[in-house]
Design a protein around this ligand. Structure first.
Ligand SMILES: [Zn+2]
Length: 271
């Protein structure tokens, strides 16, 4: 049995958002003081954007974020977005003792379920950092997860795997089965984060079209902070200007515009 998110099959693209605070990113930006960001307003913007396109997203929510802003998670849920789990803190999974990771993931799942009053069955590891090993998938099944979207088919210095995979696949473990929905690449990753913001747009369009024409379903992924315009200049005085700052904030104003064009091109009238 292949479990999939409830909004997965509706469109040729699967829309996802990893809901966390900007300080959570593992590149490690260094704020000089807490950054004042109105996450409720940003998520509301996301909800309105998705309504405009008549599409819902799967929101992989960090437990610590949900604890701090339960009303935001409720708003996402009420507006038809699937709530899934992004771990408790944004620690790299391979750096955590296995038991600690397992316990924290269960805690995060419980926090989310208490907020929305519904079972949470999806998981995405922070920064795609869960090793591709059966014991991790087995632990997820035992905790009640049914799908994950955590396989990144491109090796970077921080995360990723070298073998390419293009479609969801079932992993059988002693505890039961779970579906892995790998991120799609087309030679390179292109459909979210830094890649989607910085690559030339004509290339992004080509890469989406190519995969969709071959019957694959690219995954868009984004973060709340990427939906804030002018982030790069706005926090120039508040954050240490280093590589992490560049990777996290550069060209964020491209995100929504680009998603808008891509969804118009590929998801219109596809219900
Ligand atoms: Zn994340």
């Amino acid at each position: 049995m292949m479990y999939l998110p409830y909004n997965y099959t509706k469109y040729p693209i699967w829309l996802t958002i990893d809901v966390e605070e900007v300080e959570d990113a593992n590149f490690g930006i260094t704020p000089k003081h807490p950054l004042r960001i109105d996450y409720a307003a940003i998520i509301n913007k996301w909800i309105v954007f998705c309504q405009k396109h008549n599409i819902s997203s799967t929101a992989f929510v960090l437990g610590s974020f949900a604890k701090k802003y339960p009303h935001i998670i409720k708003a996402l849920h009420k507006n038809g977005h699937e709530i899934a789990c992004h771990g408790l803190r944004h620690e790299l999974v391979y750096n955590l003792p296995f038991d600690e990771w397992q316990r924290e993931t269960q805690d995060a799942k419980k926090i989310l379920e208490d907020i929305i009053g519904q079972e949470v069955i999806g998981y995405r590891a922070p920064s795609w950092s869960m090793p591709f090993e059966k014991k991790y998938y087995e632990a997820l099944v035992a905790s009640g997860f049914r799908f994950t979207s955590t396989y990144f088919p491109f090796k970077t210095y921080m995360y990723g795997n070298s073998i390419d995979k293009k479609s969801p696949f079932v992993i059988t473990t002693p505890a039961g089965t779970i579906t892995e929905i790998p991120l799609l690449k087309n030679i390179i990753p292109f459909s979210g984060g830094f890649y989607m913001r910085v690559l030339p747009f004509f290339l992004i369009q080509r890469l989406f079209a190519n995969l969709i024409n071959q019957g694959h379903k690219p995954i868009i992924y984004t973060h709340p902070y990427e939906l804030l315009p002018h982030l790069f200049t706005r926090f120039r005085k508040d954050v240490k200007l280093d590589v992490a700052y560049f990777l996290t904030f550069f060209a964020v104003e491209n995100s929504l515009q680009r998603f808008d064009k891509i969804l118009k091109q590929f998801c219109k009238d596809k219900i």
